[in-house]
Design a protein around this ligand. Structure first.
Ligand code: NAD
Length: 495
C-alpha cells in the first residue's frame, strides 16, 4: 500500500464516537464511569472508553462459555472456520490505514512503523493460524497391537487475553488468532491507553462471520476490569502480555480462583552485543539506534542495553550518536517521523526518573533525556544515550520501556556473555560479529527467547517468541503457540 499524507490527515481528523463493550455480539455500555481517551499526539481528548465493572465481565465470560458449550464455533467444519478467519484477515487489509491511524492517535507509535507492525502483522497472523486449522492433526500412539491409542487435541474452552498498549493489534492477534483457530471462545481486555484499534477489529470479526459470543471485548482499568477477568471461574486459560508486576498479580488471581493456566509474556532488558570484528560497524550503529528508539523504545524486545567491545567503544558510541541524531522525533502521524510519542504522561515521567537515577548512580547521559515539543501538548522525549552504566545500576537491571539506551563496555567474549545474562530478564538479544563460531557460542550461551545475529528484530510469525527467566513462559507465534490453546486427550481403546 502506498502511504500518502493527505489520506492520513483526513483519517486523523475523523471524530471517534464514544466506545462500548462487545458482549455476546452486542455493543453495550459498561457499568463503571467511562474513561477519557487522551491522545499522546497532542494531549487532547479524542473519545471515551467504556469501563466494564465485574458484573459486565462476568456476563462476557458467561456468554463466551455459552458460545463454547453450544459449539457454534468449534462445531463448525474446519474449512468454514478457516474461511471466516481468512475473511477477517482480508478485512484487516482492506481497513489497514484506517486501523493504523486510529491506533496511532490512541498510542503514539509512528505511522510508518504502525502500518506494517499493526494491521500488516495482524492480517498475516490471522492468515497463518487460519491455515493451521485444517493442517494440525491428532496422533496415534505406538502401543501394543491389542490397543489403539488416539491423542486428540481439543480446544481449552474460554480464553481470556489481557494485552498492553505498545502494539495492540499485533500482540492481540498473536493471542486471538490461534485461540479462535483452535475453536475456543475469547474475552479480550485491551490496555486503557490502546483499546480503539482492537474494538474496531472486533467489529470486523463480526462482519467476517465470527459468531456472536465467540469473541468478546471488555475495556476498562486493569485493577477493575482486568482483575475481574483474571479472577473469573469461567476462564480456562489466561494469556497475557505486559509488565512483570501485573504478571505476578495474575498468578495470584489464578491461585485464588480456579487455577486457570496463565501464560505470561513479560518485559525485557535485552542486550545488543557488538564485537570489534562485526562485519559492518556503521550498519551495526544504525541498527543499535533503531533497536532501542523506534516506537520511542516501547518495544518489548528493544535492545535497551548496548554492550560494546572496549577497543571500539568510543568510535562506536560516536557513530551511534550520529545515527540517533538523524532520527526525526515528532508527530507520529507524519510520514517522516521515525520516533513517535511516549504513550502517556505517566510513562514519560517514569522515563525521566530513570535518567535522574542513572546520573545519581554515576552514569553519563551523553545525549537526550528530556521532554521536548511541549508546545504541541503531546508527550515527546529526546532519545537518551547513557554511557558508563554498570551492572549494579538500576538502568542496567530494570526495564524503562522508553527511549533510553544503557551502554557498557566489555573486554572479552566471556565477559560479554556474563554481562548479557546479568539481569532477571531473558526476552531477546543481538550479537554482531563476523566470527561464525563465536556467533553460535553466544546464541547457545545467552538465556533469551530470541537471539538476533548481525541484525536486530524482525522475527516473523513463523518463529516463537518465548521469554526465558522472568520474561515469561509459553510461546506466542508459530505452531508452538497452539499448545496454549489446546488440551490433549487420550482415547485408549482395547481392540
Ligand atoms: P501492564 O502490565 O501495566 O498492563 C498490561 C495489561 O494488563 C493492560 O491491559 C492492563 O490494563 C492490564 N492490567 C493492569 N493491572 C491489572 C490487574 N491488576 N489485573 C488484570 N489486568 C491488569 O503493562 P503495559 O504498561 O501495558 O505494557 C508494557 C509492558 O508490556 C512492558 O513491561 C513490556 O515489556 C511488556 N511487553 C511484553 C511483550 C512480550 O511479548 N514479552 C510485548 C509487549 C510488551
Amino acid at each position: 500500500m502506498t502511504l500518502d499524507q493527505t489520506t492520513i490527515d483526513r483519517l486523523a481528523a475523523t471524530p471517534i464516537p464514544p466506545q462500548r463493550l462487545l458482549i455476546g455480539g452486542h455493543w453495550v455500555d459498561g457499568s463503571e464511569a467511562p474513561l477519557p481517551v487522551l491522545s499522546p499526539v497532542d494531549g487532547a481528548q479524542i473519545t471515551t472508553l467504556s469501563a466494564a465493572a465485574p458484573a459486565d465481565v462476568a456476563r462476557a465470560c458467561a456468554d463466551a462459555r455459552a458460545a463454547f458449550e453450544d459449539a457454534r464455533w468449534a462445531g463448525k467444519p474446519p474449512a468454514e472456520r478457516k474461511k471466516i478467519l481468512h475473511r477477517l484477515a482480508d478485512l484487516i487489509d482492506a481497513h489497514a490505514l484506517e486501523l493504523a491511524v486510529l491506533g496511532v492517535r490512541d498510542n503514539g507509535t509512528e505511522i510508518s512503523m504502525a502500518l506494517k507492525a499493526e494491521p500488516g502483522s495482524a492480517a498475516g497472523t490471522f492468515r497463518y493460524y487460519a491455515e493451521a486449522i485444517d493442517k494440525v492433526y491428532g496422533e496415534v500412539a505406538p502401543t501394543a497391537a491389542n490397543v489403539l491409542a488416539l491423542i486428540h487435541r481439543e480446544p481449552v474452552g474460554v480464553v481470556a487475553a489481557i494485552v498492553p498498549w505498545n502494539f495492540p493489534l499485533m500482540i492481540g492477534a498473536w493471542k486471538i488468532a490461534p485461540a479462535l483457530a483452535m475453536g475456543n471462545s475469547v474475552v479480550l481486555k485491551p490496555a486503557e491507553t490502546a483499546s480503539l484499534s482492537l474494538l474496531r477489529l472486533a467489529e470486523l470479526a463480526l462482519e467476517a462471520g465470527v459468531p456472536p459470543g465467540v469473541f468478546n471485548v471488555v475495556t476498562g482499568p486493569g485493577r477493575i476490569t482486568g482483575e475481574a477477568l483474571a479472577l473469573s471461574p469461567d476462564v480456562d486459560v489466561l494469556v497475557f502480555t505486559g509488565s512483570g508486576a501485573t504478571g505476578r498479580r495474575l498468578l495470584e488471581y489464578s491461585a485464588r480462583s480456579n487455577l486457570k493456566r496463565c501464560y505470561l509474556e513479560l518485559g525485557g532488558k535485552s542486550p545488543n552485543i557488538v564485537f570489534a570484528d562485526a562485519p559492518d560497524l556503521a550498519a551495526a550503529a544504525k541498527a543499535a539506534a533503531t533497536a532501542i528508539f523506534r516506537n520511542a523504545g516501547q518495544v518489548c524486545v528493544a535492545g535497551s542495553r548496548l554492550l560494546v567491545e572496549a577497543s571500539i567503544h568510543d568510535a562506536f558510541v560516536a557513530a551511534l550518536e550520529k545515527a540517533t541524531a538523524a532520527m526525526a522525533v515528532g508527530n507520529p502521524l507524519h510520514l517522516s517521523t521515525q520516533i513517535g510519542a511516549v504513550n502517556s504522561l505517566a510513562q514519560l515521567d517514569g522515563n525521566l526518573r530513570f535518567l535522574a537515577d542513572a546520573r545519581a548512580e554515576g552514569a553519563d547521559v551523553i545525549r537526550g533525556g528530556t521532554r521536548i515539543l511541549t508546545e504541541t501538548g503531546g508527550y515527546y522525549m529526546d532519545p537518551a544515550i547513557v554511557t558508563r552504566v554498570a551492572p549494579s545500576h538500576r538502568l542496567y537491571r530494570e526495564e524503562v520501556f522508553g527511549p533510553v539506551l544503557a551502554v557498557t563496555p566489555f573486554e572479552t567474549e566471556a565477559e560479554a556473555l556474563r554481562l548479557a545474562n546479568a539481569t532477571d530478564y531473558g526476552l531477546a538479544a543481538g550479537v554482531w560479529t563476523a566470527n561464525l563460531s563465536r556467533a553460535h557460542r553466544m546464541v547457545r550461551g545467552i538465556r533469551a527467547g530470541v537471539v538476533h545475529v548481525n541484525t536486530y528484530g524482525g522475527a516473523d510469525v513463523t518463529v516463537p517468541l518465548a521469554g526465558a527467566k522472568q520474561s515469561g513462559n509459553g510461546a506466542d507465534k508459530s505452531l508452538h503457540a497452539l499448545d496454549k490453546y489446546t488440551d490433549l486427550k487420550t482415547a485408549w481403546i482395547r481392540l
